[in-house]
Structures are given as C-alpha cells and as structure tokens.
Write a protein that binds this ligand. Structure first.
Ligand SMILES: [Zn+2]
Length: 246
C-alpha cells in the first residue's frame, strides 16, 4: 500500500519484526483487562480477622516431668475455602493443665506461638526451634521409644504432628528400596543375634522394645528413636536407615 508523504521527513525508523508483533499483542492485553477480576488470594497476615468459629485439634501430653497432663489445642483458619488456593493454617494455640506451676511461662509461650502463626509466611520453623529445647534435668522416653529432651520439645512435636495432619509439613517419603534395605538389615541383625547367643535370639524374635525394635537398640541421633543397632562395626538405625561406621 502506497502512502503519500505530505510533510517533510524529519526522521525515520526501520520497522523490525517485533514492532509488527506488538500491535497484534495489544488487543489481547485489552481483552485480559476486560476479563472479570479474579478474587484475591488471601494470604495469612496479622490483621486477618478471627472468624467466629475455628476448627482445631486437642492433643494430650503426658510427661513424667509434669504431674498432670497438658492439653494442647491448635485451632486452624481455612483461607480461600472452596478455591484451588484453599489452605488450612494454624491460627492460635492454647495449653491447659491442672498443673499451675508453670502457668506464666505457658501463657507467654502460647501467646508468642499464636502471634507467629498469625504473622504469616512459613511458620514450620518453630517446630525445629521447640524440638531443640532440652531440659537440663533430663528428658524422657515416649511410648514407642522416641526421646523427648524436654516438655517444650514435646509441644514442638505436637505442633509438628498437627502441621502434618493439615498438610503444612510433608514427611519425606521413604523409597521402596530404602524400606527394603532397612528390612534386610534388620533380618540380618536378628539372624546374627540368633547365632551368637540363644537368649538374645529369643528376645530378638519377640516384640523387642516398646517400639518393636530389637532389645538393646540405642537412641538414633537422627530420628530420636531407640532403633540403633551395631552391625559389622556400623551403627545402623532400623527406623530411619541412618548409618554411621567406625
Ligand atoms: Zn533413626
């Protein structure tokens, strides 16, 4: 198409391929703007108002360090319900007990934890922080052979369990081959124990310790479970597969 130039040419530009593509793209942008705006995805933030009703779970903690049981309640808020962004997040925590000895510290802890929950972002870090707290008077074993270094650590474990239940923390999936390897090691250990000493064999064949691991198994530093056995000079955990030689 010929264009008659009526004015003086004062400057020029060479038309590049991307310049041609641009006008074509423009109407699309306009169309997108005309689309109905999608509802905003609500993220956790401090000023999020508490709904009248929240759903939650209560866990019971029984520790030899505490005279009475502790009841830990964690309530969740459901954000963006019914959309693909639906997310359940912890909103507040309460700890109740008949034991009033530690009342002020427990109240302080729950208030700070609740504030962290409401602050938003990744709140799973508090699990590791709490689980790392140890009582200088010594910890205790839970049923199942899991070592709790303190009551605070057990509160951390409860929060971890809750976060797993609501899908905020995912257990690293153990592969089938890893599972098979642990089963193989365990069979070898039980067989070796049987050869060495009859009474040990009897014990190994039985239920083992409370967790079902061989009697005499020691504490694994990785998973805090009494499942560490000595095999061929290597310490092997029959629970998580941790292994250390020498
Ligand atoms: Zn382990």
């Amino acid at each position: 198409m010929a264009i008659k130039i009526e004015k003086k040419i004062t400057g020029y530009n060479v038309v590049k391929p991307e310049d041609k593509a641009a006008p074509a793209a423009a109407p699309e942008t306009k169309a997108r703007a005309a689309e109905p705006r999608q509802a905003e995805v609500i993220q956790m933030h401090e000023s999020l108002e508490r709904p009248e009703q929240l759903i939650g779970s209560t866990f019971k903690i029984k520790s030899p360090l505490f005279e009475h049981a502790l009841y830990v309640t964690i309530n969740d808020i459901v954000l963006n319900a019914g959309t693909k962004y639906e997310q359940r997040r912890p909103f507040e925590i309460f700890i109740n007990s008949k034991n009033m000895d530690h009342f002020q510290w427990i109240v302080a802890l729950t208030r700070i934890l609740s504030a962290v929950f409401r602050k938003g972002g990744d709140v799973t870090f508090i699990v590791e922080e709490l689980k790392a707290v140890f009582d200088p008077r010594g910890g205790y074993f839970k049923a199942g052979g899991v070592y709790m270094p303190s009551i605070v650590a057990e509160i951390g474990a409860v929060i971890e369990q809750h976060m797993k239940n609501i899908g905020l923390i995912h257990d690293p999936e153990m592969s089938d081959s890893q599972r098979a390897l642990i089963a193989e090691k365990r069979a070898a250990y039980e067989q070796a124990a049987g050869k060495k000493d009859e009474p040990v064999a009897e014990a190994a064949k039985g239920d083992g310790n409370a967790n079902g691991f061989p009697p005499g198994a020691t504490l694994c530093a990785k998973c805090n479970t009494q499942a560490l056995v000595l095999m061929d000079g290597c310490q092997t955990c029959l629970n998580c597969g941790y292994s250390k030689c020498g």
